[in-house]
Design a binder for this molecule. Structure first.
Ligand code: SF4
Length: 212
């Protein structure tokens, strides 16, 4: 059985980021850690919200039964920046474990990152962190408008880091690695025609605002 293209792309991105950090030393790591500090603060608040309000339901429904329904996808969208963030937040042992998993043929329909103790990412991809199943929305959010408002606010806040209609962290990290000669199919913000269009429109609007 062969590795999937998803596994190969993920493995290569992970390896590229680790090599970049090894080659460029503590100063580069410190600079990158400073760049991602606000994002980690956001992710901490998001995780706390999920733990406070969804832990019980998720634990009973999916974890104890090993159903893990929200991880039942073979491939997920991960931005290159998320690989960078996760490498910075993880130990070498955790990263070795991810790379070993990505290097083995994967059977079944579950996400390749789903291990016996849960997700192998220390900072899960944002698409995973912001996913709620229908039951969670129906049973936890629907009866509580204030909770819905806070959830929407957290979802909106994610755009501030990843949606390139303004300067965003995910683009900054892609460009930093591109400037160092790195290339990855996960660099969607600088390769996806749709996202490049978003950037172009935002740049044109900014020029329009500055015009007398
Ligand atoms: S990356 Fe982690 S959280 Fe996301 S689907 Fe895979 S195992 Fe689940």
């Amino acid at each position: 059985m062969n590795l999937t293209s998803f596994q190969i792309q993920q493995h290569d991105a992970l390896q590229m980021v680790r090599r970049h950090l090894e080659k460029n030393g503590a100063a580069e790591r410190d600079a990158l850690c400073a760049c991602i500090a606000d994002y980690l603060d956001y992710r901490h608040r998001l995780d706390q919200f999920l733990a406070d309000h969804f832990h019980h339901l998720c634990n009973v429904t999916c974890y104890q039964s090993a159903l893990s329904a929200c991880c039942a996808r073979e491939a997920i969208i991960t931005f290159f920046a998320e690989v960078v963030i996760n490498v910075l937040a993880s130990s070498p042992t955790e990263l070795d474990r991810m790379m070993a998993r990505l290097s083995q043929p994967h059977e079944g329909s579950r996400c390749v990152y789903l291990g016996s103790a849960g997700c192998l990412w220390r900072v899960r991809p944002i698409v995973c962190a912001l996913f709620l199943c229908d039951r969670a929305e129906r049973e936890v959010l629907a009866p509580k408008p204030e909770l819905q408002r806070r959830w929407q606010s957290l979802r909106d806040e994610a755009r501030r880091f990843r949606w390139p209609d303004r300067p965003v962290l995910f683009d900054e990290l892609e460009q930093r690695f591109m400037a160092a000669g790195c290339r990855s199919p996960l660099m969607y913000i600088n390769t996806s025609p749709a996202l490049l269009n978003v950037k172009r429109r935002a740049a044109a609007a900014a020029v329009g605002r500055q015009a007398p």
